[in-house]
Design a protein around this ligand. Structure first.
Ligand code: ATR
Length: 273
């Protein structure tokens, strides 16, 4: 029988602006269905100026959990009751749990990243070059440094990289190409590569076969394609997206749905990002 919502259906969702491109409603709904949990997962387009009222509204309407995406990951912390230690260090959250009268903030981005990267390489003792110093970068630097990885950080605007050095144990570098031969892992956390005609972050021909290249963008970017051509292991942001989502799912429901990850990857092939 079809699982239609009924009076006991629980409500989850994602707050973002924009949110129309989000794949989370697709795979979270799939996970609820596969795990026989009576719940729906909705995209909520919430403008920055409406965030407070939207959070209060969600609480008033007994929403059980939310993902939080751009541009609310930092500003939402003002409206929650409990902030996990990871969130305090990273400074942003992507998951809210509504429990009784309490809203708890978590960050599962860094866990999703770590899981996706660990599928390709062990981390302890490795050296990584991280490109970009925005919100995503902080979660990734946290994942890497807390896993025993030495991090070299490069950002177009060096001041922002130096700000991150105040929080994390990283070495800020000016010229990407000087460091390439010394690192094992290269992570792109910038939006460069989203558009096919984006200017390359560095000369991708200098990627070496021993590199593990990780791009947070959900599709195979010029960086990922060139890395594969060079014989390196390269991975796009899709596994990180799915794993952060399944980690959020576990926080909300207590159910581990990582066993259905392969089915989710298959499902998402049909969706354009
Ligand atoms: P997110 O939350 O996704 O990390 P963000 O906080 O806006 O987004 O950060 C975007 C990152 O991409 C920044 O590091 C930005 O560099 P600047 O700090 O110099 O702005 C980087 N970025 C965006 N466009 C870029 C470009 N064309 N070349 C290099 N870096 C770029």
């Amino acid at each position: 029988m079809m699982n239609l919502p009924n009076g006991q259906t629980l409500c989850y969702g994602i707050f973002g602006y924009p949110v129309k491109h989000s794949l989370s409603p697709v795979f979270q709904s799939f996970a609820f269905s596969k795990k026989n949990i009576n719940a729906i997962y909705m995209p909520f387009e919430v403008k920055p100026e409406d965030l407070e009222i939207a959070i209060k509204g969600a609480k008033a309407m007994s929403v059980k959990g939310l993902n939080i995406t751009i541009p609310h990951k930092e500003s939402v912390l003002e409206f929650v009751d409990v902030i996990s230690d990871d969130v305090k260090k990273i400074g942003s959250c992507n998951t809210l749990l509504f429990e009784e009268n309490i809203i708890k903030a978590y960050n599962t981005d860094y866990i999703g990243f770590k899981r996706a990267l660990e599928e390709k390489t062990s981390l302890n003792g490795k050296k990584a070059l991280v490109l970009g110093a925005g919100g995503t970068s902080k979660a990734i630097i946290y994942a890497l440094t807390s896993s025993g990885v030495k991090v070299y950080l490069h950002n177009r605007t060096i001041e922002k990289a130096l700000k991150l050095k105040e929080i994390f144990d990283v070495e800020v570098i000016g010229h990407i190409e000087d460091i390439l031969q010394y690192v094992d892992i290269i992570v792109n956390t910038t939006s460069v590569g989203l558009k096919d005609d984006d200017k390359a972050l560095f000369d991708y021909d200098k990627i070496l076969a021993h590199h593990i290249v990780f791009d947070v963008i959900y599709k195979d970017t010029a960086l990922v394609k060139k890395a594969k051509e060079k014989g390196a292991v390269a991975v796009n942001g899709l596994p990180m997206l799915v794993y952060q989502g399944l980690e959020s799912f576990k926080i909300w429901t207590g159910v581990d749905a990582f066993d259905i990850a392969p089915q989710i990857f298959e499902l998402l092939k049909a969706y354009k990002t």
